[in-house]
Ligand binder design. Structure first.
Ligand code: SPV
Ligand code: MG
Length: 284
């Protein structure tokens, strides 16, 4: 089978748009694979939320590496790991690349915000100096062992309200520095500014988007406009919060679990997902 890094690269470079999904743990990754998606995203927002922490750059590189490895090991899908700002300066980016690549993870994404970053949908966004950030991307690209290991550079210029010229300037700098793809993030309710970016970018590198605030963008239109990959970054986590709240509320109200039993995954389904039969085969 093709190594995961090569598979992620192929997803970015093929004509057909690829869809990857935020997976905060191994079980979520299994469900993403079962649903037929192309790959996985280890989201700093989801991994923080799963620890009941806000997405403010609180998790260390080692914590994100362990969590990302659990996600990565669960399936054959390639994983793009969200490595926030890269945990410091150039040498921290270098070690991040070394460690994530050694763990068999297909690629990493670094964003051009000042450490500690704030989740893109929170106020108060500070951008890193573009030359400094480009230097980190260049060092990270040099540090990888395999050319297939993907480094995505994410610019938050639009998120920070710095305008299209700044976004394009930064994206070109990061591509010059060796980024394999550009993630252009937006918090607008329509894809208008993403479309403007794509027209000016002229497919210089593959482009990745995170359509959380513009969820109605048609996938075929996004592909036509030049998007290579979309990330559904947080939907599995948000779905499970809603489902857990509903069920826990019902159980508390009813004084028992009888009323929810038919609406939740049977134990047998979890035995299947967790591979009981496969594991029992080892001792047969
Ligand atoms: C994440 O999922 O952690 C992301 C995307 O980085 S966002 O939450 O939009 O910043
Ligand atoms: Mg993140």
């Amino acid at each position: 089978m093709m190594p995961k890094a090569a598979r992620l690269r192929e997803l970015l470079e093929r004509k057909e748009i690829a869809r990857i999904v935020g997976s905060r743990d191994a079980l979520t990754a299994l469900l993403v694979e079962e649903a037929g998606f192309d790959g996985l995203w280890a989201s700093s927002f989801e991994l923080s939320a799963s620890r009941a922490l806000p997405d403010l750059g609180l998790l260390t590189m080692a914590e994100l590496l362990v969590a990302s490895s659990h996600v990565n090991e669960a399936t054959a899908l390639p994983l793009l790991a969200d490595c926030d700002t890269g945990f410091g300066g150039k040498i921290n980016v270098v070690r991040t690349v070394q460690q994530f690549e050694a763990a068999g993870i297909a690629g990493v994404c670094f964003e051009d915000k000042v450490f500690p970053k704030r989740n893109s949908f929170l106020a108060g966004q500070n951008l890193e100096d573009p030359q400094d950030f480009a230097g980190r991307i260049e060092a990270g690209a040099r540090a990888r062992r395999s050319e297939d290991f993907t480094i995505v550079a994410r610019t938050e210029a639009l998120i920070a309200g710095r305008g299209m010229d700044e976004a394009l300037h930064r994206a070109h700098l990061y591509a010059d520095a060796g980024a394999d793809a550009i993630l252009i993030h937006s918090k607008k309710p329509t894809p208008a500014e993403i479309l403007e970016f794509l027209r000016a970018w002229r497919a210089r590198t593959p482009v990745v988007v995170v359509p959380t605030t513009y969820p109605h963008w048609d996938l075929a239109e996004a592909q036509e406009a030049g998007v290579s990959m979309v990330i559904y970054a947080n939907h599995a986590l948000r779905a499970s919060v809603t489902a857990m709240r509903d069920v826990l509320g019902e159980i508390h109200l009813q004084g028992g679990t009888g009323g929810v039993e038919d609406g939740i995954a049977p134990m047998k389904e979890l035995f299947g997902l967790t591979g009981v039969a496969k594991w029992e085969g080892w001792s047969a």
